[in-house]
Design a protein. Structure first.
Length: 107
């Protein structure tokens, strides 16, 4: 009956495309929110002005922390986001954006 009215696969394709586009916008927004939350949590935890932290900034240098303090931050982030980040996924990660991507992948 749908085809008799001019509907059919074209309508389904349009609806599917709109749903996919909406889902992509939601995912982008949530990734940005994750990054913003990480920056805010790190700033509060280490008592650093939020404006000093940038997404691509090296958190060791920007926060002036060592590896033990970085582990403390990671534990707090895992608890905040209710995720578990395996050590192998965090090797070599030193900027907030990459860290946010790893957390976002587990949400």
């Amino acid at each position: 009956m749908n085809q008799a009215l001019g509907f059919g696969s074209r309508l389904e394709e349009d609806i599917t495309a709109k749903i996919a586009k909406g889902a992509k916008k939601i995912a982008m927004k949530s990734a940005e929110q994750t990054l913003d939350e990480i920056l805010s949590l790190a700033a509060a935890h280490f008592r650093v002005p939020r404006e000093k932290l940038t997404p691509d900034g090296d958190f060791f240098k920007t926060l002036g922390i060592d590896s033990l303090q970085a582990l403390d931050l990671l534990t707090r982030l895992e608890n905040h986001f209710h995720v578990e980040l395996p050590d192998y996924e965090l090797q070599g990660v030193s900027d907030f954006r990459t860290l946010a991507g790893r957390i976002q992948a587990r949400l």
